[in-house]
Design a protein around this ligand. Structure first.
Ligand code: PEP
Length: 254
């Protein structure tokens, strides 16, 4: 069955004392809720993984990483591998975020290698795709998304769990959100691609998240779209009250 996912991407934000406060408060806020088909995920900076997994183990949320290296172990200073994440009981990992593609020159090939390492270690990849404003204005959004999907999923079997996040680059951190109709159109395209390249059942079961200036005020209209199964949330996931409101909205709608 398709899950609804509310995932917070903290990026390079929060100092240690704030991390503890947030996680304990989130744990408390979720304690009395029956989350049903909703999974809540927090992706903190990797430095905070240990405290995050310690709190999560007795709470109703999961921990994800924001990135992973495509090698297993070795002389790669500053990097973290999928088997290390697995050894810390990390369940999810964002890959191919547009900030990684833009600032760290990540290619579809690298993203594909990362999906493989994550699957080998039973970690669920949250694979980000999305077009820039220039590409949207050129009318090539669909081509860009399909190229990113073809690259990321090369030789990937999807019996294992995979999540896709559609994040229009022009909407990330800009305050501009895709309209529900714009987002639904791309989510439909992605689900259709999965249907054609895998199977109707896989397409039905796969969660496709929207990301890009999602906040309490626009969560309901986005989640009401038939192919939007949750959100990958940046800025609004840093604030416990906004993040909890968005979880509550998902609980009301899904
Ligand atoms: C993100 O970084 O994945 C994101 C969607 O950020 P924001 O919600 O701040 O636009």
């Amino acid at each position: 069955m398709r899950r609804t996912i509310i995932a917070g991407n903290w990026k390079m934000n929060k100092l240690f004392p704030e991390v503890e406060d947030f996680l304990f408060e989130l744990s408390e806020n979720l304690e009395a809720k029956d989350l049903g088909k909703i999974d809540v995920i927090i992706c903190p900076p990797s430095l905070y993984m240990e405290i995050a997994t310690d709190v999560a183990v007795d709470s109703k949320f999961y921990i994800g990483a924001q990135n992973v290296n495509d090698k297993d172990l070795g002389a790669y200073t500053g990097e973290i591998s999928a088997c290390m994440l697995d050894s810390m009981d990390i369940d999810y990992c964002i890959i191919g975020h547009s900030e990684r593609r833009e600032y760290y020159s990540e290619t579809n090939e690298m993203i594909n290698a990362k999906v493989k390492r994550l699957q080998e270690n039973a970690i669920v990849p949250i694979i980000c795709v999305g077009e820039t404003l220039e590409q949207r204005e050129q009318g090539i959004t669909q081509d860009v998304i399909l190229e990113q999907l073809n690259g990321a999923f090369k030789d990937i079997r999807i019996e294992e769990n995979v999540i896709i996040a559609y994040e229009p680059v022009w909407a990330i951190g800009t305050g501009k959100t895709a309209t529900p109709e714009q987002a639904q159109e791309v989510h439909f395209l992605i689900r259709n691609w999965i249907r054609e390249n895998y199977s109707p059942l896989t397409a039905d079961n796969l969660s496709i998240l929207y990301g890009g200036s999602m906040k309490p005020a626009n969560t309901a209209e986005l989640l009401m779209q038939p192919d939007i199964d949750g959100g990958l949330i940046g800025g609004s996931s840093l604030d416990i009250s906004q993040f909890t409101q968005m979880i509550d909205t998902a609980l009301n709608i899904k």
